[in-house]
Ligand binder design. Structure first.
Ligand code: NOJ
Length: 516
């Protein structure tokens, strides 16, 4: 694949929400020292790459997606020295680390914004999107007025405290305040963001997950102007950091990968996307119709249609990255029971592209509905501390008094925990590890190898080939099924698959990986 860092082909990512992962200094909030102490766990589970949610200085009105200073680690996580140490310790173990880059907006407490809001011209006046009257409320975006001395309203990119950085407009409706994305007045914004990237790459980061990557240029319906900016970033990386990787939160692989030149694009849970059909989809009565729900008896047809199209469209340019979940969605365990999630992990870890597993999903952590924290709202229930062991009150997450924890751990007696599952060969953790190790050991199962559907029946049977000789066959239903594909040398089996007389009998909830 063109200019693709080799390590990315065999990367299996683990997403770490730093405030909830491991507290190294006993203040109740996860941090870098804690994370470093758990690198061996991550590696042992089979992950060789990390994505860490935002860790820069922030007022945390949106869990760090409101950056105040891109060049400073948030003190609650540690220092720049700790970040360097994290990169170094990860590299020693053959692991890579992506940071989270938020290029579309900052916190309203960012120095750039504070300057931009001043009523006199200065070098940051055009860094954000302002109208030229404090009374203006143009259509199409959200605007704030009355919050600054400057005579203008400013555009928001997300929450109230996240003003949109100014990369200019593609289609200009009102030239009195909209600036073209080609205008030299907005060029410093991209330059500033590239400076941030270089700063952290120089300190050892291996790349970035890019937040709302499609949101840069406004009035850009086909995203051609936004894509042109990312191509500049990619040129800079190819020239100076050829080992670095950028993965976009865009969820439109043909645009993000082919046009904007991201190395990878996340496939999120949005409607009609693969993960929606695979894990989440419900009918109007609220009943699951997801492919991996054993009683749904769904065909894989709808799940794969768009995915295969997008895979073909992006084939030589980058990876579609499928996720087990993330900090923005309700945990997978709410949608699929453990027997179903086992099959879902076989799927996730045998697809092309780079898979991402959200921390705790490998042990089946639960969604815990609760009051919003740091702009989490319903997402907060998916952001609770990692369950390291079953010692109450903090389950190994922190030595702080339980009342000080960032969020409460899952205290229910049957809560999952890593320590117990690591000792149990039949646990979900052991299954995830086995699959991850199998993937590392077989090029066929890695990112760039071919993906071809061999069988996709109306009654739920699915078989695909990876690479030259590796096949994955599923019966996710609670009933026996027959497949026309004959199973060769088994490399992994869940349930049972028996080939006889030209057909294969699949026990309920079977997944088998084999070689032919
Ligand atoms: C997407 C992030 O994943 C989410 O957590 C955040 O709130 C928004 N972007 C705004 O940055």
């Amino acid at each position: 694949m063109n200019n693709m860092p080799r390590w990315f082909n065999d990367a299996i990512f683990y997403q770490v929400y730093p405030q909830s992962f491991c507290d190294g200094n006993g203040d109740g909030v996860g941090d870098f020292v804690g994370l470093i102490s758990k690198l061996d766990y991550i590696k042992q589970t089979g992950f060789n790459a990390l994505w860490i949610n935002p860790c820069f200085d922030s007022p945390f009105k949106d869990a760090g997606y409101d950056v105040r200073n891109y060049f400073k680690i948030a003190p609650r996580y540690g220092t720049e020295e700790d970040a360097r140490k994290l990169f170094e310790e990860a590299h020693k173990r053959g692991m890579r680390v992506l940071l989270d880059l938020v290029p579309g907006h900052t916190s309203d407490k960012c120095r750039w914004f504070v300057q931009s809001a001043k009523p006199y011209r200065n070098r940051y006046s055009d860094r954000y999107i302002w109208t030229n009257s404090g009374w203006a409320r143009p259509e199409g975006y959200n605007w704030v007025t009355g919050n600054a001395d400057r005579d203008g309203t400013y555009m928001l990119n997300f929450f109230l405290n996240q003003p949109a950085l100014n990369y200019g407009f593609n289609k200009i409706n009102d030239p009195s305040w909209q600036i073209s994305y080609k205008d030299k007045r907005v060029k410093p914004t991209l330059r500033a963001m590239m400076k941030v990237m270089r700063f952290w790459l120089d300190r050892g980061a291996d790349g970035f997950r890019v937040d709302m990557a499609d949101s840069l240029v406004k009035n850009d319906p086909d995203k051609s102007a936004t894509a042109s900016l990312w191509r500049k970033v990619r040129r800079m990386l190819d020239a100076h950091y050829p080992e670095a990787v950028i993965v976009s939160e865009w969820c439109n692989a043909p645009v993000a990968i082919n046009k904007a030149r991201f190395h990878g694009d996340f496939l999120l849970h949005h409607g009609d996307k693969l993960t929606d059909h695979a894990f989440y989809k419900r009918d109007e009565a609220g009943k699951s119709v997801a492919y991996f729900c054993k009683t749904a008896h769904a065909s894989a047809h709808d799940m794969l249609r768009r995915y295969v199209e997008e895979l073909q469209a992006t084939r030589n340019n980058g990876y579609i990255c499928v996720i087990s979940g993330n900090h923005d969605v309700v945990r997978l365990s709410e949608f699929l029971d453990e027997s179903e999630r086992r099959l879902a992990f076989v799927f996730l870890l045998t697809l092309p592209g780079a898979p991402f597993v959200y921390y705790g999903d490998e042990i089946g952590m639960r969604y815990i509905p609760q009051r919003s924290k740091e702009g989490g709202f319903h997402r907060t229930g998916s952001r609770t501390p990692m369950q390291w062991n079953d010692e109450l009150p903090n389950c190994g997450f922190s030595s702080a008094p339980a009342s000080k924890l960032y969020l409460d751990v899952d205290r229910r007696p049957d809560a999952p925990c890593a320590e117990r599952q690591m000792k149990d060969a039949s646990s979900l953790w052991s299954l995830v590890r086995e699959l991850a190790l199998l993937r590392h050991s077989r090029v066929d199962l890695q990112a760039e190898s071919d993906f071809a559907v061999e069988e996709c029946s109306d009654d739920g049977v699915l078989c695909y080939r990876r690479g030259e000789r590796t096949f994955v066959l599923f019966n996710p239903t609670d009933q026996e099924r027959e497949s026309t594909v004959l199973v060769g040398k088994k490399l992994f089996e869940l349930g049972s698959a028996t080939s006889n007389n030209g057909a294969t009998l699949l026990a309920p909830q079977t997944a088998v990986i084999f070689e032919k």
